[in-house]
Design a protein around this ligand. Sequence first.
Ligand code: NAD
Length: 436
Amino acid sequence: MDITVIGAGYVGTTTAVALAKNGNRVILVDNNKEKIEKLNRSCLPFFEEGIEEALLLLKSKGDLSFTTELSKSIEVCDLLFITVGTPSQDDGKVDLTFVKEVSRTIGKGMNRYKTIVVKSTVPVGTGDVITEIIQEELNKRKVGISFDIVSNPEFLREGKALYDALNPERVVVGIGSEKAKKVMEELYSKYHSVLLFTTVKNAEMIKYASNAYLAMKISYMNELARLSEKVGTNILEVAKGMGMDSRIGPQFLQAGIGYGGSCFPKDIKALTVLGHEQDSPLQILKAVAEVNESQIDWFIDKLINKLGSLTHKRIAVLGLTFKPQTDDIREASSIKVIQKLLQNDSIVTAYDPKGTEYMKKVFSEVLYTSEPIEAVRKADAILVLTEWKEVVELDWKTVKGLVNQPYIMDGRNALNPVYIRSLGFHYSGVGIPAHD
Ligand code: NAD
């Protein structure tokens, strides 16, 4: 099929590569000239394992191309994928400016029947909004062209994006016509995934409900971790025992310093707002967000308890991205931690294998290092905030000889407490008793 993907971000670029790999001819469009120039030089505008190599190959075969010219790309394709950003507004509502802008351009440029697939995460009812905008533009042009809106939310995980896009556990497809169903069945016929056909509104809700559920699991484990430290239970053992129950499952039971990233915080806000608007509040989600926010305070309070005060203390932050294997720092817990450290007049050093350049734009006063070992020199405490291999597999024995005070706060429970303590460190994880 001839496909145009609109929005060359994490989702759009990965989607375009996956679709081209599966035998389609794909044009990836973005209105950011710099991004398209980079892609035309086969450089990925972000870090994600395996995509740059795939992109280079697909581009050389002519299966994937990049442009800023949306109007032309609309004419030549059968399917359009909308993958633009849907950020949070200050009131928590979703800002649909980019989605609406793109919809208008589609309405202006549509020359024959198109299936328009929405992959961006959008509130329930957005499918109808897009339909109205496109129809309005068609009416202005006085043309009668039919089209279908499909909701096909994306569930990929950054860090494993290409694998997930090629091997989705399930594909949720919200449709309103048999014609759209056939197109989507054909599109996904090469994937070995289960397809769930449902209504557009149901599909839109499934995305939010899934992300909020995962965040809920994290906040629940984080509250249990705090209690565990009080009563002397080990959250790692607790999670292991819970996860052995197939009704619960082992995933997303990891306690830590809270969730971040470009999706969970904004999607939870959006679903919460929707609940309020409809006079059907989601009280659980209010608690999920509050626990996540206070987890950072709890972590910093523990650090203050250890060091007495943070003023003029040298704190080494290891890991800045919201998870490993990505350069994405959007809503990363590290941002809130560093903010609090700086408010307390700490001297902050930081290391991250991929996220440093982005973080420099957020905090210019942090001393960034290109090697973890440089960040820990003369530190009064080390904070592990992202479980990068480069951090977990550090030569901790050497580190012990470089620090000023041997405090390690492991915000991801990524290190081996027994080994780390055997080196003479005061190790503190999340929900791990002092003796474990
Ligand atoms: P992103 O910010 O990385 O990329 C969005 C891209 O859209 C940008 O490159 C921007 O320049 C482009 N864009 C905006 N307006 C445009 C226009 N008018 N024409 C052409 N391009 C335009 O965002 P992302 O992380 O890829 O997320 C995209 C959507 O997918 C969001 O709704 C997000 O919630 C959802 N999502 C993201 C993830 C993830 O892990 N990042 C996972 C699942 C779903």
